[in-house]
Write a protein that binds this ligand. Structure first.
Ligand SMILES: [Zn+2]
Length: 219
């Protein structure tokens, strides 16, 4: 089994300061073996971390792409995907590279970058995964709605910290069987055990809804 952080930013994202050293150190301390690095509109940080960490940390090269209608994440990318394309074009570009399509924070009402309603309905049938929990999402009910979407469309589920700061790394994570490629990742994700937790930076954490959430929804 490995412990994986599904949503992490490096200093290559304009809103993150995280260095490669900080990521490797923090993951070691928190016993995280793998990270999905999804910087905004670039894969440079993911490639740099992969090169820096080597065998110390498994890095899934990803990108949180700002499409014309909001954000879509591509995982297992080889080439960067330019921002500003339509959601459909973006999905096609991810697929052409053999990548996986994840919809981050699809129902976060405060997130202006989320995929807008019509585009979300268009992309859901084309996606592999939904981020059913984002630690930075303020309203718990918005995460519940994301979970409902994943269930409705029978999509795999991730829970991500959306870490931009060192203290956020591994706030939410999953435990799953080890993988070596996109197909193995998606296969093993079916049996993932998710440990979602809200970021203490932004909200006053209430254990009650989370306990309810864990008991009811997380395998
Ligand atoms: Zn993000």
């Amino acid at each position: 089994m490995i412990r994986i952080e599904f949503h992490l930013h490096t200093y290559h994202s304009p809103d993150s300061l995280l260095t490669m050293e900080e990521i490797v150190q923090t993951c070691r301390r928190r016993q995280i073996n793998a990270v999905v690095v999804a910087d905004h509109n670039t894969i440079q940080g993911a490639l740099e971390l992969q090169n820096f960490a080597r065998e110390r940390l498994q890095v899934v090269v990803a990108e949180e792409v700002l499409t014309s209608e909001g954000e879509i994440m591509g995982l297992f990318l080889k080439e960067p995907i330019p921002p500003g394309l339509t959601p459909r074009e973006t999905v096609d570009r991810i697929r052409e590279q053999g990548g996986l399509v994840l919809i981050p924070h699809p129902t976060d009402r405060l997130r202006r970058s989320r995929l807008n309603g019509r585009a979300l309905q268009e992309v859901l049938p084309l996606a592999d995964m939904v981020e059913i929990y984002n630690s930075r999402t303020i309203f718990e009910i918005d995460n519940h709605k994301a979970l409902a979407l994943a269930c409705e469309h029978d999509l795999a589920k991730t829970a991500g910290s959306d870490a931009h700061l060192q203290c956020e790394i591994g706030r939410s994570y999953g435990e799953m069987e080890a993988f070596t490629d996109a197909a193995g990742f998606l296969q093993n994700l079916k049996a993932v055990k998710l440990y979602p937790k809200k970021s203490s930076l932004l909200v006053h954490f209430s254990a009650k809804p989370l306990r309810f959430f864990r008991k009811r929804f997380i395998k």
